[in-house]
Design a protein around this ligand. Sequence first.
Ligand code: IPE
Ligand code: IPE
Ligand code: MG
Length: 229
Amino acid sequence: MSENSLPKHVAFIMDGNGRWAKKRHKARSAGHTAGYGALQKIIAHAFKSGVETISFYAFSTENWSRPKEEVDKLLSLMSKALKLAGKKLLDEKIRLVISGDYSVLKPRTVKAISDLIEKTSKFTPYTVNICFNYGSRAEIVNAVNNMISDGIRKCDEKILSKYLYTKDLPDPDLIVRTSGEQRLSNFLMWQASYSELYFTDVLWPDFDEKEFDKAIEWYKTRERRYGKS
Ligand code: IPE
Ligand code: IPE
Ligand code: MG
């Protein structure tokens, strides 16, 4: 069996923050704060390892159905994280992509995010893609509506891909989901057509550099066939 090289794009479904907090008799919000810590560690480590693009599922279109207090916590973590990340992204020349409709955040935050996306847009090759208020179905419907507005009368796979939030990103080679759940939960469903899927019981706040390396080693053993014999 041929060995895969390093994945170019790794995408994370960061799941298990709530269970992590519950185990410690803490509020769910403490789990989300700890999850943010794990995300920062993984970004630094992934780029050091040579992975060029990393995506994180931070908030889904379905997560609005959580209690208001929890939604507010997740939104404020998102705003805070991006505020704090600004300098680092510019200093380290990391491109920021947001997949999803972030216009729901406070106008000041929306402006700061748009500016950061613009200022980092030319940086290569390192890219962080935050999937916020993201769902694959909403993404595809949005793409189709934009195609209609642009007067496109015949669609093909290439055109549709160019209307997705991920238009400038390669498809994920590897998708990692933590916390033992084995589903996509509306995450990058178009882009994941040929992704390798890695599931671990580790809860997201406990997912560290060692766990990341394990996922990469597993990926390297996979044979990617793309339908060929
Ligand atoms: C992932 O952790 C964070 C988000 C979905 C935003 P959860 O909050 O889903 O944690 P569990 O699944 O309840 O443990
Ligand atoms: C998926 O986790 C969404 C994010 C990680 C942001 P959920 O915890 O919302 O997924 P389900 O509801 O268990 O499928
Ligand atoms: Mg969950």
